[in-house]
Design a protein. Structure first.
Length: 238
């Protein structure tokens, strides 16, 4: 028994009017589609590729919590406590946020250090612009605090302050404590114990291997390559 397909049924099936009115009117649509599987496969692959490319481009610049990328990284977010150069609590939460690309590169650093039974301790990541303005008011010296008129790499979620710890969580010997605004914190300062020079070099070398750029005046500060492409932000940490 044959069943005639009405125009109404064709509309319900989503077929355009030109199918019935044009050169395809005598071709069963189901049979027609089966004749061209390569075209269907090509369209499916193209859609998947476009969707994946769009998702990758979006995720690369997302701001993410570093602990969602690597939960083994130790956090000591100083600006969420009074234990910083301002002696004020500047962040409402002790979290480290970074651009996804930077966070994933930091994860690679952590994996490399773990092979030596070492790891990272992070002091700061993304910093809202409003906090940058408070810091500049206290230390208006762009060797140590970026001028908020131009914005900091921290304000872009593309900079991180950190050090290295051993398997017990003890910090390795570095030239100075964090946020020491003296020449001793400079990378070319050499009047230091040999161990401090070695540990400073260890941190710098492993960070550079994974796309981070060291700041000359602060041994703990690293900018992520391509930081210029990320916009300045003033979203609160939460």
């Amino acid at each position: 028994m044959s069943h005639k397909i009405t125009k109404r049924q064709k509309r319900i099936d989503g077929l355009p009017d030109y199918w019935m009115n044009g050169k395809f009117k005598n071709i069963n649509p189901i049979i027609h589609l089966s004749i061209h599987p390569n075209i269907l496969a090509f369209c499916a692959v193209a859609l998947l590729w476009l969707s994946g490319a769009r998702l990758l481009a979006q995720n690369d610049s997302d701001i993410v919590n570093i602990r969602s990328v690597d939960s083994t990284i130790v956090l000591d977010i100083r600006y969420a406590t009074p234990n910083n150069f301002t002696h004020e609590v500047l962040y409402p939460a002790a979290i480290c946020m970074l651009r996804r690309a930077a966070a994933e590169s930091l994860h690679a650093v952590q994996q490399e250090l773990q092979k030596q039974k070492l790891g990272l301790k992070v002091f700061d990541g993304y910093r809202p612009l409003s906090v940058q303005k408070k810091m500049w008011a206290l230390v208006p010296d762009d060797r140590y605090v970026a001028n908020p008129a131009n914005g900091s790499r921290h304000n872009r979620g593309a900079a991180v302050d950190l050090t290295i710890v051993d398997s017990l969580g003890n910090q390795l010997e570095m030239p100075t404590p964090f946020d020491d605004f003296t020449e001793k914190a400079h990378r070319d300062y050499m009047q230091l114990p040999e161990k401090a020079i070695e540990d400073r070099a260890l941190l710098e070398d492993v960070m550079k291997r994974h796309g981070f750029i060291p700041l000359s005046t602060e041994w703990w500060h690293f900018d992520f390559e391509g930081w210029q492409k990320y916009p300045i932000m003033d979203e609160p940490l939460k």
